[in-house]
Write a protein that binds this ligand. Structure first.
Ligand SMILES: C[S@@+](CC[C@H](N)C(=O)[O-])C[C@H]1O[C@@H](n2cnc3c(N)ncnc32)[C@H](O)[C@@H]1O
Length: 311
């Protein structure tokens, strides 16, 4: 597919908060685990000069092409890798980015992916039931929608979508199989729920559930956060932007656990875990966007930024 690179724009979320949170300084090295259109990376690169470097990772080859184009001015200071961040430690080792002074995760999908009909991420557009970040992966949303047993599908929509009407939706999906198109799926989900949700589109939660499952997003996030501890230099910062409660819970629990020097259950009189504190929290509560940012960039509405420092 040919890309009109100049028209590819994704507005980065909480940009000044990220730069401040990562404490970006000249001569330091950073990893952007979710490169996307390169918006956060460009801001990091502009502030870590002279001498600073950035490693950008994305599993989507299309995002890689766009970021290469957008970060062209910084090509001497940038290493771009098309891979999944669950390989974070290996990628950092192989590219010589070990240790680093800051790691950023800006989770989920970009506006570029959402607005592409062929990627099948949007319930507001007609496209194939795909939803893969990396088109080389086997599993697509169509496989789940058309092949998964009803009870398992209901469970998936309930857990990954936090959707109360999961049973009803799964039953309707199974009745309408085969389903090949996002608009068709969105209509089936909407008809299962009616107008019970006033603020969000009725298909929002089901589409979120399918995307999480297709890309194994929660497993990969959990693994990459663990690996980030091995990649960060002492004093290095970890910044994570999440967009829904499942992601945020993983980030929050990870950061809280790593700020403790003992993780034994409270009923054990003596510590047996030998856990060591790895992080201190930079912000106790998540940073959220201002009203002005939400007005300018509605996609930022649900974002939460958490920052911690390696000790
Ligand atoms: C919200 S966008 C990032 C936007 C970026 N911060 C910017 O300013 O342009 C998230 C990106 O992360 C990528 N992504 C999601 N999960 C990933 C994973 N496990 N490994 C690598 N990239 C991933 C997606 O393909 C998408 O391009």
């Amino acid at each position: 597919m040919s890309l009109a690179l100049d028209r590819m724009v994704h507005t980065p979320v909480l940009i000044s908060e990220v730069i401040q949170g990562l404490d970006v300084r000249p001569g330091k090295r950073y990893v952007d685990c979710t490169l996307g259109g390169g918006g956060h990376s460009a801001a990091i690169l502009s502030r870590c000069q002279p001498g600073g470097e950035l490693l950008g990772i994305d599993s989507d080859p299309e995002a890689i092409s766009i970021a290469q184009h957008n970060l062209y001015n910084y090509f001497e200071s940038t290493v771009i890798v098309n891979d999944n961040f669950y390989n974070l430690e290996q990628i950092c080792t192989e590219t010589g980015f070990m240790p680093v002074d800051g790691i950023l995760f800006d989770l989920g999908l970009s506006s570029l992916q959402l607005s592409s009909d062929e990627r099948g991420f949007s319930f507001q557009r007609s496209g194939p039931l795909d939803m893969r970040f990396n088109p080389d992966e086997q599993l697509t949303a169509a496989d789940i929608v058309n092949k998964m047993p009803e009870s398992k599908l209901a469970q998936l929509i309930f857990i990954y979508g936090e959707e109360s009407y999961a049973n009803r939706i799964a039953s309707n999906i199974v009745r309408h199989r085969p389903i090949s198109d996002t608009a068709e799926l969105a209509a089936i989900v909407s008809s299962s729920i009616g107008d019970r949700y006033s603020k969000i589109h009725p298909a929002t939660r089901t589409f979120q559930a399918l995307r999480i499952a297709v890309n194994r997003e929660l497993d990969h996030l959990t693994s990459a956060l663990e690996q980030s501890l091995k990649c960060l230099a002492p004093g290095g910062r970890l910044a994570v932007i999440s967009y829904h409660s499942l992601e945020d819970r993983i980030v929050k629990n990870f950061m809280l656990r790593e700020t403790r020097s003992c993780i034994c259950p409270s009923n054990i009189p003596e510590c047996r875990c030998h856990h060591q504190q790895q992080l201190t929290l930079i912000n106790k509560h998540p940073i959220t966007p201002t009203e002005t940012e939400i007005e300018i960039n509605p996609r930022s509405r649900s974002s939460k930024l958490r920052i911690a420092q390696r000790i």
